[in-house]
Design a protein around this ligand. Sequence first.
Ligand SMILES: Cc1cc2nc3c(=O)[nH]c(=O)nc-3n(C[C@H](O)[C@H](O)[C@H](O)COP(=O)(O)O)c2cc1C
Ligand code: SF4
Length: 427
Amino acid sequence: MTSHETYLLNRAKLADSHTLEVARADGAYGALRKVFETSMSPEDVVEEVKKSGLRGRGGAGFPTGLKWSFMPNHESDSRTRYMAVNADESEPGTCKDRVLLREDPHCLIEGCLIAAFAMRLDAVYVYVRGEYRLPYDRMQAALDEARAAGILGDNILGSGFSCEIHMHKGAGAYICGEETGLMESLEGKRGHPRPKPPFPASFGLWGQPTTVNNVESIFNVPFILDRGADWFRTLGTESSPGNFLCGISGHVERPGVYEVPLGISARAIVEDLAGGIWKGRSLKAWFPGGSSTGVLPADMLDTPMDHDSVKAAGSMFGTGAMIILDETASVVRSALVLARFYEHESCGQCSQCREGTEWLEQIVDRMLSGQGKAGDVQLLTDLSNGMTPGKTICALSDAAAIPMLAAIKHFRSEFEACIPTTAEALV
Ligand SMILES: Cc1cc2nc3c(=O)[nH]c(=O)nc-3n(C[C@H](O)[C@H](O)[C@H](O)COP(=O)(O)O)c2cc1C
Ligand code: SF4
């Protein structure tokens, strides 16, 4: 495999990379200083991030700079402005933000402060998955260090710019990773997603203008400001520039989190980085970007891992978290595991999602326990089609339906094999 330039995880390889001393010696806060010391205006920073083509790493791949530009003009709207950094990371298979928080929290703080300057924010909230104890503690310690060093709070680095960053712990609900569910939860309420519009930029946290970004998205920002949008575009593809963190799990020899350029083939990740399929077995199926993305068969492993290519292959890039199933795995069983997860995590506001997730789970469960009925595969298909696309308040309903539809599309015979024949049913 050809080697590629890395930047996201370079500091993480240093001992005590999470401390201010090590991070600073490695150049941390250099990009923030550059922003303050050159004549860059907040609008220039937004423009640079737009120019870089950075796409959100939280699942939807929305352009980050464009999202920032949706914040209202500060001259005509003087309300308090916030950013929420989404570190809820509860999508099954996804485990990359944890590494960034744990190993290099100062880079995330730097990214938050550059974003805060660019969007003229008053405060940033980092919403961390409750189970992430060490990442949370490291991030909190880094904030304390930064504050003591004059990098956070009032008059940051003597620039005249002030901003606070607060931490918040989640309590184990996947739905609190959905941006409006996250905001409700931060406000101390149940994590029930809000209907959109209004969008967070006009009515976000406590009704104020808010931007929600994923940890990895914000983590890219100091590198873009330090090295420039043109450098960023030398990595990845035209429509998906930069590197991404691929968390790969399941039936591979070396599961883990790897930094790779967008557009790298899925095969290179599986075979070269993750050491191939474990136990000398062969590949059966793979999820390209977390459990909400449609499963793909082995013969599509040459698909490039970027937003457009994975979409063209009939799935989604999602969080770039690959889940690998070997030849012995049951796709129907994996569909049950996921259906159970989504049924458990549905907040229950929308009937398609509340009832649909439960039915999907019950039908696959009965199929696997030998109680399947003729027509069940079609019933799963019809039910899933009733849950997607865009029929509910948030995308959890789609997240449950899409992998089911993909599993049936590519592995229909496996589902059909679960239905007893008439003769078997009579025994
Ligand atoms: C059910 C559900 C769960 C989600 N969980 C997460 C999550 O854990 N982390 C995350 O960054 N985005 C998550 N998202 C996506 C967020 O709603 C939002 O799009 C994202 O945080 C925006 O960040 P980005 O533009 O930087 O990607 C989830 C979405 C849905 C529908
Ligand atoms: S789609 Fe599901 S999780 Fe999302 S708001 Fe509706 S019921 Fe809740």
